[in-house]
Design a binder for this molecule. Structure first.
Ligand code: 4NP
Length: 148
């Protein structure tokens, strides 16, 4: 799960996706990263932590890290939150196999629409709630696709 800072959107996506795998008894490793380095080592934004906690998900253990090309070797699926993140990830891809792993996460919910999970950093708390719901619905689809 990849966003820009790895403090707002992708930590939520990591927490939600882990809970879906657990709920469905599915194997897999879920992690998150950012394509920018400003927040490396930081905990998730308190608004992301509070929103996740409201739904029974703890993301407070997470620490921001930067996405690197080594992640293409560690993961089969790489989900970008928006087009900027997508382009940043694609610039680090080394070959067609790497590129084939990258998707905009909302395309799992709205195929082919190239919609974006909006950056909630500068907005209010309801932005985080909206992001949570989009990610929850997308992660349901991802879990279903792993199951089938
Ligand atoms: P995220 O949100 O990419 O969802 O973690 C952001 C957090 C911080 C900044 C931008 C986006 N920033 O510019 O500091």
């Amino acid at each position: 799960m990849v966003c820009l800072g790895n403090i707002c959107r992708s930590p939520l996506a990591e927490g939600i996706m882990k809970s879906k795998l657990e709920e469905h008894g599915l194997p897999g490793t879920v992690d998150s990263a950012g394509t920018a380095s400003y927040h490396i080592g930081e905990s998730p934004d308190s608004r992301s932590e509070e929103t996740a906690r409201k739904y029974g998900i703890d993301i407070s253990y997470q620490r921001a890290r930067a996405f690197s090309s080594a992640d293409f070797d560690r993961f089969d699926l790489i989900f970008a939150m928006d087009r900027e993140n997508y382009n940043n990830i694609m610039r680090l891809a080394r070959n067609e196999r790497d590129r084939s792993k990258v998707e905009l996460i909302l395309n799992r919910l709205h195929p082919g629409k190239d919609m974006e999970v909006p950056d909630p950093y500068y907005g209010g708390k309801d932005g985080f709630e909206k992001v949570y719901r989009m990610l929850d619905a997308s992660c349901d689809q991802i879990a279903l696709s792993i199951k089938n």
